[in-house]
Write a protein that binds this ligand. Structure first.
Ligand code: PEP
Ligand code: MN
Length: 343
């Protein structure tokens, strides 16, 4: 249920409504906007059936939400969510550019790449320490040692870190190093993991599942938010279709769709979406043109010898060339990049 307040509603009116909602055992969420203030009510709406909310002082309108999600819904929270992680406000006019290797490999590798991507405009460092590999025989990531190396690279560059958490038992550990927790595509409906990161205090980047419909994806965000963590960033990374010319099929339609359904920022991962480094720049540019709030891109100084996903990793030089173009596209859609000198 959404309670829209009159412009002249007083604090006393608001307090009264909130007290009533709580008394019934439901949870009120206030969203103060320039135009309107609304109170979203989470829980079983039926409990409100005998409460004449429409007649309470300060109430303009009561809307019963039929969508299965609430906290993530734009009806509930009309203005965009902006997540402040220090170097960048994700969802603001400044683009969030998360760049780095698929996997953290060595101290030199992660530090070198971190410095390079920072030089060319990245404001967040990506790198996997716990890797979700299709084969149990593939490199599974350095684990805690990888987190330590990310921390070192952060100290050297000032870039905040995004890294994946695979297991609910590791959330506390990963959270103690990461600035953003990444939930991978294979775990987009791992509900115990979603509940665990819902209790975390760090923002969560939620990748879209391999074959997830838009509403299912929003429901996964809702899982995290219902645990009290409202800082969710959506990430489209390509979905599985009949097409095999690329690793996945990048669904750029989903940007305006998700902007309509939710108030959450959305970033695009052109690396996993295409699977080939030569296709990454076009899709990155298209994503920004389509209104994405940022990118997460795999960058490696030696893609041929990368421990994972080398074929889709661009080099720091290719990253620089891409960022020069992104800077131009960003201007057209009212976004901007952090200042960097490309030459
Ligand atoms: C990754 O970011 O390296 C990764 C494994 O991504 P995804 O979950 O999209 O496959
Ligand atoms: Mn990868």
């Amino acid at each position: 249920m959404i309670i829209v307040l009159k412009k002249d509603a007083t604090q006393k009116d608001i307090d009264h409504i909130i007290a009533k909602v709580k008394e019934i055992g439901l949870e009120p969420h206030i969203s103060v906007g320039v135009e309107k203030t609304i109170i979203g009510v989470v829980g079983d709406d039926d409990k409100m059936i005998n409460v004449p909310v429409e007649s309470f002082n300060g109430v303009e309108q009561v809307i019963r939400v039929t969508k299965p999600y609430k906290l993530a819904s734009r009806d509930f929270h009309p203005h965009n969510t902006v997540i402040d992680i220090g170097t960048v406000k994700i969802g603001s006019e400044e683009l969030a550019i998360m760049a780095g290797p698929c996997s953290v490999e060595t101290k030199n590798q992660i530090t070198y790449i971190a410095k390079e991507v920072k030089k060319y405009g990245a404001n967040i460092l990506r790198g996997g320490a716990f890797k979700p590999r299709t084969s149990p025989y593939s490199f599974q990531g350095l684990g805690k040692e990888g987190l330590e190396l990310l921390k070192y690279a952060k100290e050297q560059t000032g870039l905040p870190i995004i890294t994946e958490v695979l297991d609910p038992r590791d959330v506390e550990l990963v959270e103690s190093y990461a600035d953003i927790l990444q939930i991978g595509t294979r775990n987009a409906q791992n509900f115990p993991l979603l509940k665990e990161v819902g209790k975390a205090r760090k923002p969560v980047l939620l990748k879209r599942g391999l074959a997830m419909k838009a509403d299912e994806w929003v429901m996964s965000a809702e899982y995290i938010m219902s645990g009290g963590n409202y800082n969710v960033i959506l990430c489209e990374r390509g979905i599985r279709t009949f097409e095999t010319a690329t690793r996945n099929t990048l669904d750029l339609n989903i940007i305006p769709v998700m902007k309509e359904k939710t108030h959450l920022p959305i970033v695009i991962d052109p690396s996993h979406a295409t699977g080939y480094s030569r296709y990454v720049p076009s899709m990155a540019l298209a994503a920004i043109a389509a209104g994405a709030d940022g990118l997460i891109i795999e960058v490696h100084n030696d893609p041929e010898n990368a421990w994972s996903d080398g074929e889709q990793s661009i080099t720091p030089e290719q990253f620089r060339d891409l960022m020069i173009k992104i800077k131009e596209v960003a201007k057209i859609v009212g976004k901007k990049l952090p200042e960097f000198s490309a030459v």
